[in-house]
Design a binder for this molecule. Sequence first.
Ligand SMILES: Cc1cc2nc3c(=O)[nH]c(=O)nc-3n(C[C@H](O)[C@H](O)[C@H](O)COP(=O)(O)OP(=O)(O)OC[C@H]3O[C@@H](n4cnc5c(N)ncnc54)[C@H](O)[C@@H]3O)c2cc1C
Length: 359
Amino acid sequence: MQIESNFSLQKLNSFGFLSYAEYFVSVEDEHALSTAIEFALEKKIPWQVLGSGSNVVLQEFLPGLTIHMAILGKKLVSESATHFYIDCGAGESWHDFVQWTLESGYPGLENLALIPGTTGAAPIQNIGAYGAEVAGMIDSVEVLDTKSLQSTEANFAGDLSTQQNWQVIPKSECQFAYRDSIFKRELPAYVVTQVRFAIPKKWQANLSYAELANFFLHNKSPTPLEIFEAVIAIRSRKLPHPKVLGNAGSFFHNPVVDLATHQQLKEQFAGLVSYPAPDHFGEKQFKLAAGWLIDQCGLKGYRAGDCGVYEKQALVLVNYGNATGSEVLQLANHIKHCVLEKFGVSLHQEPINLPNGKV
Ligand SMILES: Cc1cc2nc3c(=O)[nH]c(=O)nc-3n(C[C@H](O)[C@H](O)[C@H](O)COP(=O)(O)OP(=O)(O)OC[C@H]3O[C@@H](n4cnc5c(N)ncnc54)[C@H](O)[C@@H]3O)c2cc1C
């Protein structure tokens, strides 16, 4: 295991922020992961996990040890009458994994094509797009549970690999919700090492998302590969590629409001863009399009120094060159303030702030 110091993370975050890790290590198996955490515990320094950095706002300096997840491997482990069970290492590229499942004859993940990031990070915020969420295909998540270590951290002098911290968490206990899970709520308690997928053998096209349905107006029975390619084409049109313009995808969640608030907003703002959301304890709820709210504040294309609001999609904040994590957070606060003043609605940030692991 090679621990480097003062390591540049500029190529390991999709915003392209200049950021340095005090210590850095890339882990390729469970043993390396436990050795890395033992190193941090023994040195009494903080540690954090980084996948491919496509959902984080990195500050200029990350104290302690940054652990880059690079555990690879994917295979069909078993099958039942109804499902294929597939294991995928946390460090595998999500998009490559989706493509591999299609090529191997296990379709079902095609709506989630081209989402940047690692497979281990997919359950953290329950990635979703084009009418699908990854939770729908997850069977269980293998983790290193570090909760018990956090209390014993002060006196740690043990061998992590022999402790009972490795767990398989079944989907029923993952508390998956819209861009949320137990892993996100309790960051950084669980380090995901592998995800087991349960892919139904009976494939059905998911064209519930209007834009995707429109794409297939003249093809009533698209194949999984056609849907995969359509999602790639639509996404490539809409979002800036991080290699061209640094960004972390949607910077804010679409806020969810109750029926009364929704009615009041509709009366006040005739063009309000909203969708029905799942009921909350029997109460009707609506999801508001955060990009529309930001746009209505006149902020689409707004620029503050080297960071700004993407001119084609107000939900995406971008780095035009030398912006820092702190500058993007300042811009985000300005946007939140404007939206709250105009609509009385609070926006919540999607990417996670490192080092503190919160939003
Ligand atoms: C252009 C663009 C488009 C995007 N589109 C979408 C979209 O359509 N839908 C969507 O849901 N998201 C989208 N995202 C967000 C992002 O792709 C996902 O959140 C992705 O899962 C992040 O993966 P990552 O490996 O880059 O995680 P990172 O950004 O490296 O990490 C994110 C958080 O997870 C933690 N983490 C990472 N790996 C692990 C692990 N193995 N164990 C424990 N904690 C871990 C990190 O500490 C951090 O807190 C988009 C991002 C970009 C840049």
